[in-house]
Write a protein that binds this ligand. Structure first.
Ligand SMILES: CC(C)(COP(=O)(O)OP(=O)(O)OC[C@H]1O[C@@H](n2cnc3c(N)ncnc32)[C@H](O)[C@@H]1OP(=O)(O)O)[C@@H](O)C(=O)NCCC(=O)NCCS
Length: 236
């Protein structure tokens, strides 16, 4: 039977993820999904966003929408289609902000009232997938010097943390109206592994100032071989 005619396995269901919501200040809610999303559950306007994409991408997109819409429903905002802007940034309904991230067969989304937050950023990475080559690419010279001081296990976690923290920071920055940033534009300059927090600074160059300025850090958690980072910009 051709792959296109094979029935899809049952779609996984979303779960409330208080541990992930705890990476953000009070007011944020998070939902996660282990497994594949169900493209048939997408709103027609959302389906259009991934028309022509391979099944894997449609499942991933559907997983993100399922988590995000569960979070919106928890905030009393059920029934919204969550389309994407030209840059893939989700168009959250008026009154809400949020963020979505996926890795292989896992997805998480966070949402919160816009009255409390200007933007949120979440990112999840599989620790084992952030290779030495990726670390080399994403780390600034100061971060590389820090990585060189670490033993093997701490190095793997620190590499994944660098990746995830920069992406979470970028998503929050972008949601708050910031311009495109690349890995060398964002630098971690303090990590508290025991407390699960990190501080970030923008390196000279590409970042345009945004007003009010973004907070300079975020929180992270490690579980099931994944690191998840959260960054929140409070409402002005
Ligand atoms: C936003 C971005 C970081 C997401 O990375 P990714 O590897 O696809 O990883 P994730 O699965 O964690 O996140 C994807 C989700 O982020 C969200 N997203 C995409 N662009 C976004 C943006 N500009 N702002 C906020 N969220 C965004 C979407 O919800 C997307 O999922 P969807 O398309 O299914 O809706 C990446 O696509 C991007 O734009 N990169 C350029 C900038 C960058 O990477 N800088 C390095 C860090 S400073």
């Amino acid at each position: 039977m051709p792959a296109s005619e094979r029935p899809l396995p049952p779609a996984a269901t979303v779960r409330c993820a208080d541990r992930i919501a705890g990476l953000f200040p009070p007011g944020a809610v998070a939902f996660e999904l282990s497994g594949d999303g169900d493209p048939a559950a997408l709103h027609p306007l959302e389906s259009r966003e991934v028309e022509g994409s391979i099944l894997r991408r449609r499942q991933q997109f559907a997983a993100g929408r399922a988590c995000a819409k569960a979070a919106l429903a928890e905030l009393g905002m059920a029934g919204h289609a969550l389309c994407a802007g030209p840059d893939r940034k989700p168009c959250w309904p008026a009154g809400a902000v949020g963020s979505i991230s996926h890795t292989h067969a896992y997805c998480v989304a966070v949402a919160a009232p816009a009255a409390r937050f200007r933007a949120l950023g979440i990112d999840v990475e599989i620790v084992a997938r952030v290779s030495a080559r990726i670390r080399e690419h994403i780390a600034t010279p100061a971060e590389r010097a820090w990585l060189e001081t670490l033993g093997t296990d701490a190095l793997a976690l620190a590499g994944a943390l660098l990746f995830s923290a920069k992406e979470a920071y970028y998503k929050c920055w972008s949601g708050a109206g910031g311009n495109i940033l690349y890995f060398q534009d964002v630098e971690l300059h303090a990590v508290d592994f025991a407390g699960g927090s990190f501080l970030v600074r923008l390196t000279a160059g590409r970042a345009h100032a945004i007003v009010p300025p973004m907070p300079a850090g975020g929180r992270f958690a490690v579980a099931d071989g994944r690191v998840t980072c959260g960054v929140a910009a409070p409402a002005p």
